[in-house]
Design a protein around this ligand. Structure first.
Ligand code: 4AD
Ligand code: MG
Length: 431
């Protein structure tokens, strides 16, 4: 066996004999010339087997290959402009590493339930490979963005004793005789850390017992949540538009091949840069009414409302200052209109809807307490959080961006379940 090379590096081995370790995607034979497409996780390449140029056992082994057999394929690398990878392999050797019999996913249409049941195998498919590689790039870009700006990454707990967001969607577990909840958000801990490090972000899985089966709800999703001391709501929106623009730019720059596989029309992302569109909630309701919906001031915006508001937009839209009654207890009351809070939802175009929820936080102890009581949250669980308003309270703001929704929008995939390796939904805990 010659030197093992990853398919993405074939370009620097033209004219030499190398070995690829990977899995069989497909095979074809035309008389005395046969082909094998092999995938190694970094890319795919076609091997060409010429009967009179290889040992008889190599020809026979090729003829018996089945989909997803693990193989070691040896051959000379040739430039081949017609091949998608730009190269092909003139096969000289073929060894079987691991057999594969009756691979369940065939090159034909399968129902989505079947594919989700076989998610552990479905991951190997080209579209899934491409989508999850974009996710990995976006996650790296998230860390780079905040690192470059001097934010400190803070790991917030997953097991928590207080309700982070709202009481409706909690996963509860027994914690040595006490009730614990899986974190809905890292935010409250992020606020504590902002007073210690000024600019922080948390990044991790968050959990919500969502009973809705929509294309944009998971029960376990990943969220990045920056929190900044002495930043107000307007500064928060500026940080969000810079952040999202950076993520989109990174994906466009570094995931060209993946976005091509996904058939993403990238022209739809070309104008995603600051400033984003901005619309006061009250104006949003007026706009929706003008479009003929029956929404009333005081109700939350649903997915169809978000789609209507972003119709035809070339970049995301901030809807800001929602009514207090539809938002979480920790948001700062708007001094100009106390029926509302200083918050924003960032809505992605093309029907993707809310990808960020953010706000300035209530820094007044009495108002925060009133909010906790109004939402009938257990006051005693928030003692430590209220301390932040007792000892040097300070204006601060932050937001949470959902990774799966953001990557679904960037990749143009219709359902966010494809943008997480092993999705958790109301009706799915396996694989
Ligand atoms: O708007 P949310 O609930 O905000 C918070 O959790 C705040 N604590 C964030 C903060 O200010 N630090 O959630 C934030 C984002 C949403 O905009 C959405 O992108 C995503 O998290 N999200 C979900 N993604 C997938 N499945 C779900 N069930 C989601 N719920 C929220
Ligand atoms: Mg929200």
């Amino acid at each position: 066996m010659s030197q093992t090379v990853e398919i993405r590096d074939l370009g620097s081995h033209v004219g030499t004999e190398i070995t690829i370790l990977g899995w069989v995607e497909s095979t074809r034979a035309h008389g005395k010339v046969a082909f094998v497409d092999v995938r190694d996780g970094t890319g795919s390449v076609q091997g060409v087997v010429v009967k009179k140029e290889v040992a008889p056992e190599v020809w026979d082994r090729h003829a018996a290959l089945t989909q997803e057999t693990a193989i070691a394929l040896t051959g000379a690398v040739r430039a081949e402009p017609r091949a998608p990878s730009g190269y092909e392999l003139g096969v000289t050797g073929l060894e079987i590493v691991g057999a594969s019999v009756d691979y369940p996913i065939q090159p034909k249409e399968h129902g989505v339930d079947f594919l989700l049941d076989h998610r552990h195998l479905w991951l190997r498919s080209k579209m899934q490979w491409a989508g999850l590689r974009v996710r990995a790039e976006v996650e790296q870009a998230i860390h780079d963005f905040f690192y470059q700006r001097g934010f400190v990454r803070i790991d917030s707990p997953i097991l928590t004793g207080a309700i982070g967001e709202h009481a409706g969607s909690l996963f509860e577990t027994d914690y040595f005789g006490e009730k614990a909840y899986l974190a809905q958000t890292g935010q409250l801990y992020g606020e504590a850390a902002a007073a210690a490090f000024r600019k922080i972000y948390t990044f991790g899985p968050t959990f919500r017992a969502e009973k809705s089966k929509t294309r944009r709800h998971l029960t376990e999703f990943w969220m990045v949540e920056p929190e900044v001391a002495f930043m107000d709501s307007a500064g928060n929106m500026r940080l969000q538009e810079e952040f999202i623009s950076y993520l989109v730019e990174r994906a466009l720059e570094r995931c060209k091949e993946e976005l091509k596989v996904l058939e993403r029309d990238t022209s739809k992302l070309a104008n995603v840069r600051p400033p984003f569109h901005r619309l006061d909630y009250t104006d949003a309701v007026a706009q929706l009414k003008a479009k003929g919906t029956d929404i009333e001031w005081g109700s939350d915006l649903g997915a169809p409302d978000e789609t209507a508001l972003t119709e035809g937009l070339d970049k995301p839209l901030f809807v800001f200052n929602y009514p207090k009654i539809v938002k979480a207890f920790y948001m700062k009351e708007n001094p100009a209109d106390p029926r509302t809070v200083l918050c924003d939802d960032c809505l992605a175009p093309e029907g993707y809807g809310e990808i960020i929820g953010g706000s300035q936080r209530e820094d007044d102890l009495e108002k925060l307490l009133a909010g906790i009581r109004a939402q009938k949250l257990p006051e005693e669980a928030y003692g430590w959080y209220l301390d932040l308003r007792r000892y040097g309270t300070f204006p601060h703001a932050g937001f949470g961006l959902g990774v799966e929704r953001t990557v679904a929008w960037i990749t143009g995939r219709p359902h966010i379940r494809e943008l997480i390796p092993f999705p958790r939904m109301m009706t799915r805990l396996r694989p």
